[in-house]
Ligand binder design. Structure first.
Ligand SMILES: [Fe+2]
Ligand SMILES: [Fe+2]
Length: 283
């Protein structure tokens, strides 16, 4: 695994491991960053959760800066159908300009993704054996995480790097000026069981900084339908045992203890989605 440089220039693509790059947009006006990822192995490139239409020019510039020519992109992977990851499909298709470009998603997502005016062939992960082998031999494996948050949501594991692209899972909101691509939990935060501040901007009294769990909690509470779907997805992720978790929003987890603490913390949340409404109403 790459040794991480903490003086990162977010205006450039950031290398996560050999052949793997973050190509997102650190927009200082946004509390919710989107994180598209690029795998460039040999002469072939694959883009994961490519981003929104407003982010397209920045994402494309970073793909070029990573040394990839648009027509080297053979597949676009969309782990569900939201506009923050799918909005730029028409722009990407136009610039990639390959008749054999393929979109990989899942059958529950594809009828919705089609409405982004897709012209490429759409594949379903169930029909390709839940994996994609690149020309270099690199293998990407796909794991369904139903209702976390869409019926057809899935996550992608890169066997070569050990990186798990977790889509909205492990995403979080943060005060825009506080956002970092890589997160390292303060020693006090991992085992912390203190009540969280209710806002992502409110400082925790122990670390005198915004609470990382609050941003994570609020995001999962709002977008995941219920406790059960989140806990099922966490059990899938525990089975994979990734060395890095790269979400589509928020920050990347790369220290084993941080990954462990984050899984435990998410599992302990019992007010996710509709369960939170029932909790508050005392049902
Ligand atoms: Fe989403
Ligand atoms: Fe998202």
């Amino acid at each position: 695994m790459t040794v991480l440089d903490h003086n990162l220039d977010y205006d450039k693509p950031i290398k996560l491991a050999d052949c793997v790059y973050w190509v997102g947009f650190n927009n200082p006006n946004e509390r919710l960053h989107s994180n598209p990822y690029l795998i460039y192995d040999g002469t072939e490139a694959i883009l994961i959760d490519g981003g929104s239409r407003p982010d397209f020019s920045t994402v494309m510039r970073k793909i070029l800066q990573a040394g990839v020519q648009p027509n080297q992109i053979s597949h676009l992977i969309y782990q569900h159908y939201d506009p923050d990851l799918c909005g730029s499909i028409p722009n990407l298709e136009q610039i990639i300009n390959r008749p054999d470009l393929k979109l990989i998603s899942k059958k529950e997502n594809n009828p919705f993704i089609r409405h982004y005016s897709v012209r490429s062939k759409m594949l379903c992960i169930d029909r390709i054996g839940h994996q994609l082998t690149m020309q270099s031999g690199r293998v990407l494996r796909f794991f369904p995480t139903p209702y976390a948050h869409s019926a057809g949501s899935f996550i992608t594991y890169d066997e070569s790097s050990g990186i798990l692209f977790s889509s909205d899972l492990f995403g979080g909101v943060s005060e825009s000026s506080q956002w970092k691509l890589f997160i390292e939990l303060d020693a006090a935060c991992g085992p912390c069981t203190d009540p969280q501040p209710r806002s992502a901007d409110e400082a925790c009294l122990t670390i005198q900084a915004p609470c990382v769990w609050t941003g994570l909690h609020l995001f999962h509470q709002q977008i995941i339908p219920c406790n059960k779907s989140l806990r099922y997805a966490l059990s899938v992720i525990e089975g994979i045992q990734p060395t890095m978790i790269a979400p589509q929003h928020g920050s990347i987890l790369y220290r084993p203890e941080d990954i462990r603490y984050a899984i435990d913390r998410l599992r302990s949340m019992n007010d996710i989605g509709i369960d939170g409404i029932f909790c508050e109403a005392g049902v």
